[in-house]
Design a protein around this ligand. Structure first.
Ligand code: AG3
Length: 281
């Protein structure tokens, strides 16, 4: 029997993968969670039917949500991840020796629990054994409301702006992130596909510019996300991702990264014209 899974990327287009078994399927208080085995991309986690991560291409997303900010900030000691319950972002943050503490604030405890069980290559650092990692099962909005002037870097590792993540794309949330950051803090947020999500990007970058003095977009190639062309927002109080980039520290990094490198860091901020236009002031 052939079992194929499709995520629709628009009314008329989708990505389809052959699957061999379902490892977990269940509903939490917030969303539907499925973890399936695919032939081409290894294990895959879906939230409300949308591809969040696959074992084969998650390295691209997690390299790119973490390393550009951590090699731009001169001393990233305290980092917060909002969302990211699969643990992939925390795994990459832990490769930076400057980081003393990484806090994961994920709204859905079931995502953490099932990632530890079925996605160990991502979740290894969130199983409670690393003293540099703290876990909070809480709404990101509620969490940062109680934290001011505390973090060097905040990563918003969210789903699409539908369901529980809607609030994470709004100006009010960005204001809370701004105050939770120290005076020279950086925020990174996944910012959807420039190809399919122009309207979402326009609003999101407008909201960010209301709050942060410096807002840039950078791109990555992620095969299993809509169009394969994905983006991240770099929002910052002082440091610029190119002029303040610590090229030397990135070039001498002591870990292997299969997507990120010191040259790609610069190239990722160069955008095709249509992507630039999505976020034009
Ligand atoms: N964050 C999900 C990005 C959105 C994917 N969208 C989609 N498939 N329609 C991934 C979290 C990884 N830590």
């Amino acid at each position: 029997m052939d079992l194929w899974y499709t995520e629709k990327h628009s009314e008329n287009v989708g990505i389809t993968m052959k699957t061999t078994k379902t490892l977990f399927s269940g509903k939490s208080e917030f969303q539907q969670l499925d973890i399936v085995e695919t032939l081409e991309f290894g294990r895959m986690m879906l939230l409300d039917g949308l591809v969040m991560v696959t074992e084969r291409d998650e390295f691209i997303y997690h390299d790119m949500i973490v390393h550009p900010a951590l090699f731009t900030h001169p001393k990233p000691k305290k980092v917060l991840v909002i969302g990211g319950g699969d643990g992939g972002s925390i795994r990459e943050i832990m490769k930076h020796p400057e980081v003393e503490l990484a806090v994961l604030c994920e709204i859905d405890g079931l995502v953490i629990e099932k990632s530890i069980e079925f996605l160990p290559s991502m979740a290894a650092e969130i199983d409670g054994t690393n003293p540099r990692v703290k876990l909070h099962v809480d709404d990101g909005l509620a969490y940062i409301r109680d934290h001011q002037n505390e973090f060097d870097v905040i990563l918003v590792d969210s789903t699409d702006p539908i369901g529980p993540a809607v609030g994470l794309f709004e100006e009010g949330f960005y204001r809370l992130v701004f105050s939770a950051l120290k005076d020279d803090g950086i925020m990174i947020a996944q910012s959807e596909s420039p190809f399919y999500h122009a309207a979402i990007q326009k609003k999101m970058y407008q909201n960010l510019r209301e709050v942060f003095p410096l807002v840039e977009m950078y791109q990555a190639f992620i095969p299993t996300y809509p169009s394969g062309f994905w983006s991240f927002a770099f929002a910052s109080k002082t440091y610029h991702p190119i002029t303040n980039f610590d090229h030397d520290r990135a070039a001498k990094r002591k870990f292997h990264s299969r997507y990120y490198n010191e040259d790609l860091h610069l190239g990722a901020f160069m955008l095709p014209t249509f992507a630039r236009e999505n976020i034009a002031k």
